[in-house]
Design a binder for this molecule. Structure first.
Ligand SMILES: Cc1ncc(COP(=O)(O)O)c(C=O)c1O
Length: 466
């Protein structure tokens, strides 16, 4: 089917995410742009759902995919391994903290979280601790849409319809210094948010708790608040004391976006399990992974020797080959260091909006940045959910950029909640990293071709209250 065959407003058999919305038909993508069937181009500023970390249309990734498909179609992971899965695991282990992890490769972030939950449970069974089954999560978090992942997620609106079906896991207070759930200030707070884990473990009984899961930098639910250095160190210490595993969910913030391969390295902490996804294959194929630390691996090896979690597309050659090509590309262009470097430029540009009355907080690491828009920056009062401020201020769908380079956001009638975004757009453009004007100097700076920033991410707070 060619681009022109697509109906301009599709009325077909797709069950769309929003049944009342007419979606533009995306037919091509290159660099930082997506093109629709009418030839309009869209700036894919955050690479979809923070996925496309190396930019669209990199030819060598397509070549690697074709070459793999020429070799082998599919083989089941209970019967075979394949060279692409092996190489992907080696590359991921090389990137992992301390280099001592084993990879279970899967196809989506929710799956990686599900696998983490089940592997944690099986680990304790292998060691004879059969009562350990609770997973503790946090409020203001997002770990995926499947029922297990949603059970450890603290994102009210995504849970509420499914509440009767969710597992009764404990969700402790988040670590968010800007909107501290205890109304305290760091460091006088004594990290009450970390102590909340201890309290939860005592409530449930340490003998019943298998793992604690946290996004190292929260994405969807809170827009990148950065925990103090001691936070994850204290979490690690509490987990160790009670023989509880620490799962770092790096599906969104991992794979180099923060300027280190995995964000948890900023805290010098080694998780037992790391869930990865999104940037692992940069959207060129569905791919995710669960990194299992060597000490856990040995328990399985010396125990049953079997992983009790099988899925049809585990270790599949196609996604693995694409992942290998993307990771090699990241290495070849040193994109992770580049991310750290360009993160400094991004945050120095974002300083320009820091004093805007509606901008509460600007935060993040590397090119993983969040802006919290509030009603009043003195009181830090968020907008009510019903106001849907993020929809009003950032487009919920791509907005075409006119070719002469004046952003559509700037031409919109200003309203209070849009102003901050308008300034944000200008700041970036004045900073000389506007890919519209400098197609060869995109934030990731990987070469001549314009490429998307590795995780450029300007989210507004979608979860003002629990
Ligand atoms: C931190 C985190 N974990 C898990 C997921 C779920 O990933 P997926 O949508 O690929 O299933 C997401 C998705 O946004 C995420 O941000």
């Amino acid at each position: 089917m060619t681009a022109r065959n697509f109906p301009p407003s599709p009325q077909n058999s797709v069950f769309y995410r929003n049944l009342n919305h007419t979606y533009p038909v995306a037919v091509r993508s290159e660099g930082v742009y997506i093109y629709d069937a009418d030839g309009k181009r869209y700036l894919d500023a955050s690479g979809g759902a923070v996925v496309v970390s190396i930019g669209h249309g990199v030819k060598e990734i397509a070549e690697a995919a074709i070459s793999q498909m020429d070799q082998i179609t599919y083989c089941h992971s209970s019967q075979f391994t394949n060279p692409y899965q092996e190489e992907l695991a080696r590359l991921m282990a090389d990137l992992s903290p301390g280099g001592s992890y084993y990879l279970i490769s899967l196809t989506g972030g929710s799956e990686a979280v599900e696998a983490a939950i089940k592997v944690a449970r099986q680990y304790h069974i292998e060691r004879g601790n059969v009562t350990k089954h609770h997973i503790i999560g946090r409020q203001q978090s997002y770990h995926g849409s499947t029922l297990g992942a949603l059970s450890v997620t603290g994102y009210h609106s995504r849970r509420e319809k499914f509440l009767p079906m969710l597992l009764p896991f404990d969700l402790i207070e988040p670590c968010n210094c800007y909107q501290c759930p205890f109304g305290k200030t760091y460091p006088e707070c004594g990290l009450e948010c970390a102590s909340a884990l201890e309290a939860s473990i005592q409530r449930l009984g340490p003998e019943n708790v298998a793992a604690f899961i946290a996004e190292t930098l929260v994405g969807t639910a809170a827009a990148a608040p950065v925990p103090p250095l001691e936070y994850f160190q204290t979490i690690r210490e509490i987990c160790d004391r009670h023989d509880i595993l620490f799962i770092a969910d790096e599906v969104m913030c991992g794979m180099g976006r923060t300027g280190k391969p995995f964000a948890i390295e900023h805290w010098g902490v080694k998780p037992d399990l790391i869930a990865a996804g999104k940037g692992m294959a940069s959207g060129y194929a569905p791919l995710s992974g669960l990194l299992v630390s060597d000490h856990m691996y040995m328990v399985f090896k010396e125990g049953s020797g079997m992983l009790s979690n099988g899925q049809t597309f585990m270790g599949n050659p196609h996604s693995s080959a694409v992942g290998v090509a993307v990771l090699r590309y990241i290495q070849k262009h040193d994109l992770i260091s580049r991310c750290a470097e360009m993160g400094k430029v991004l945050f120095s540009e974002l300083e320009r909006i820091q004093n805007h009355p509606l901008v509460g907080d600007v935060r993040g690491l590397g090119l993983f940045a969040g802006i919290e828009i509030v009603q009043d920056s003195l009181t830090r009062k968020p907008f009510p959910r019903t106001f849907r401020v993020y929809r009003r201020s950032l487009p919920a769908r791509p907005h075409p950029l006119p070719r002469h380079g004046r952003g559509q956001l700037r031409r919109r009638r200003p309203s209070p909640d849009r102003t901050a975004v308008r300034h944000y757009g200008r700041g970036i453009k004045r900073g000389g990293i506007d890919p519209e004007r400098n197609p060869g100097h995109c934030p990731c700076g990987a070469g001549e071709q314009p490429r998307a920033p590795a995780g450029g991410f300007g989210f507004l707070n979608p979860l003002p209250s629990r």
